[in-house]
Write a protein that binds this ligand. Sequence first.
Ligand SMILES: [Zn+2]
Length: 121
Amino acid sequence: MNPYREQASLIKAMAHPTRLHILDILSRGEACVCHLTTILKHRQPNISQHLMVLREAGLVRDRRDGIVVYYRLADDRTPQVIVLTREILRSRGFEVEFPPIPTLPVKGCPCPKCGGEGPCI
Ligand SMILES: [Zn+2]
């Protein structure tokens, strides 16, 4: 087994703008699909597909609470990858600010954590 292959598949699972954004949001705490959909302004099937890639790579875990499925980071060290790659970009003069992760409650979000009553599946 080539250890670089394992490492590459982990990085590959992260290497998508939407998936990095999802990981960034989850670094602040667990979230359900509709919460992520509200923040990212993507369609729910698209977010679910990215979550599946992240889950299969072992980067996120899920937890069911009634009909709502919450996703969280599987490893507390994952945000360090995001921070480190941003530091590398900044050291090259890349000065674009990343969007702040909204605090709860997110306006217009139907999820229970934002005080909504759904639908949130
Ligand atoms: Zn929400």
